[in-house]
Design a protein around this ligand. Structure first.
Ligand code: HEM
Length: 406
């Protein structure tokens, strides 16, 4: 694939370790170059601005997912059979299979459990005072999602590593993607065994998939890929959102005070966190027919990269995009994608992140940074690896952590 002369060229590797640690300065440079930028290292067209990202996500006939949304041919082949890597009726059929599990009504039935677990996680963390914000952010998703998907108890200890590897493997075929391959293959093997042994939890989403295979609605081979479809994107993403929220509120105490004073701002805050530090950096699409985007000719077969993390900081779309403000209406952020492939699990992710914020707001007076955070090195996931924090409790008159006495 060669660059069209009408697109500006960016030569830096946005998937290098240095760029992963400093992703926003690369995004700013890309946005300054134009709406469609040729990445000479990956040989794809990056879309760093909001309008083009949104247009591509909404035009799923021209910009297709069926040839994979990764940046390397191995992942684009191995991921065949997933909801993420499919188009048209096949995509709609896969998505329908478990849609009933993720409706607002179905999620409402889980609210109490999720809120209780979030409260327990936060209470334990407040008692310890000094925490790694990433560990704190991991506890709730890890206690909710495997049960929801129906993953058996055995093998849960590998889930985080497997899920992180699944994302890493969707980047370009760099050293990180290569290193992730054994774990990705391990996850797929294990999922096939789970389906073969029918060891999914009774009454779970995975159980629904097995039943659909029994009645011929899905192919038996699809069950394993679809289990991974829901498990792989459901941990690191939410861990990213919760840990970024912890960091952002730690370094913006004024915003924390606003949230504590008015917990009805929680849904806004979730959107603003996902806008400001979008958990998924970018997915790609294949161009299905010759077309034009923002004045750039895109030939059939070329690949475009929808850079959610950059679109969400585009000054053409947002006032003061680099300012974190939970009062802004960030509901149009693209961090959960948009259109037919828009995140199927966003209701659950929003519920978990909101539950954590509410539990924290009720029990924590201040969140204080106690060390330098470190970014995780992952091609796709934008999240901290380490986030040293202190949780300063809000003491009740009875002397236990809770609401600050008025
Ligand atoms: C903060 C948390 C999350 C973020 C930021 C996030 C982000 C995204 C994004 C950007 C996409 C769009 C993919 C595309 O455009 O090709 C997506 C798709 C998807 N997500 Fe999420 N996600 C999150 C949590 C979850 C959870 C908890 C689950 C499962 C319960 C989940 C399951 C899925 C699935 C199955 C798809 C594929 C949808 C399709 O292709 O039709 N996600 N997610």
């Amino acid at each position: 694939m060669t660059a069209r002369t009408d697109a500006p060229v960016y030569r830096a590797d946005i998937y290098s370790a240095a760029a992963i640690r400093d992703t926003h300065s690369h995004y700013a440079a890309l946005r300054a170059l134009g709406p469609v930028v040729w990445l000479s290292k990956q040989k794809v067209y990056a879309l760093p601005r909001y309008a083009e990202c949104k247009a591509v996500l909404l035009d799923d006939r021209t910009f297709i997912s069926g040839e994979g949304v990764a940046l390397n041919p191995v992942a684009n082949r191995v991921g065949q059979g997933t909801t993420l890597f499919s188009d048209g009726e096949e995509h709609a059929r896969r998505r329908r299979q478990v849609a009933h599990r993720l409706t607002p009504r179905a999620l409402r039935a889980m609210t109490e459990t999720v809120e209780e677990r979030a409260a327990a996680v936060v209470e334990a963390a407040v008692a310890g005072r000094n925490v790694d914000g990433v560990e704190l952010a991991t506890a709730l998703p890890l206690s909710v999602v495997p049960d929801f998907v129906g993953w058996p108890q055995g093998g849960r200890e590998h889930l985080l590593r497997w899920a992180g590897a699944a994302f890493d493997g969707l980047g370009p075929m760099n050293r990180q993607a290569v290193r992730s391959l054994p774990a990705s293959v391990g996850m797929m093997r294990y999922a096939r065994r789970v389906v073969g042994d029918r060891s999914v939890l009774e009454g779970s989403m995975g159980h629904d998939l097995l039943c659909a295979a029994d009645t011929g609605e899905v192919m038996p081979a699809e069950c394993a890929t679809m289990l991974i479809d829901y498990l792989a994107p459901s941990l690191d993403t939410t861990i990213s959102a919760i840990s970024s929220a912890l960091h952002l509120f730690a370094i913006h105490p004024d915003q924390w005070r606003l949230l504590k004073a008015d917990p009805s701002l929680v849904p806004n805050a979730v959107n603003e966190v996902v806008r400001y530090e979008s958990p998924i950096r970018a997915f790609s699409r294949t161009v299905a027919r010759d077309t034009e985007l923002a004045g750039t000719t895109l030939l059939k077969g070329s690949r475009v990269l929808v850079v959610y993390g950059s679109a969400n900081r585009d000054a053409l779309q947002w006032d003061d995009p680099d300012t974190f403000d939970i009062r802004r209406d960030a509901s149009r952020q693209l961090g959960f994608g948009q259109g037919k492939h828009g995140c199927a699990g966003q209701g659950l992710a929003r519920m978990e992140t909101s539950a954590m914020l509410r539990a924290l707001a009720a029990r924590v007076e201040r969140i204080e940074p106690t060390g330098t955070p470190e970014w995780a090195l992952n091609n796709l996931i934008h999240r901290y690896e380490r986030l040293p924090l202190a949780l300063i409790p809000a003491w009740t008159t009875s002397g236990s952590p809770g609401q600050t006495p008025s």
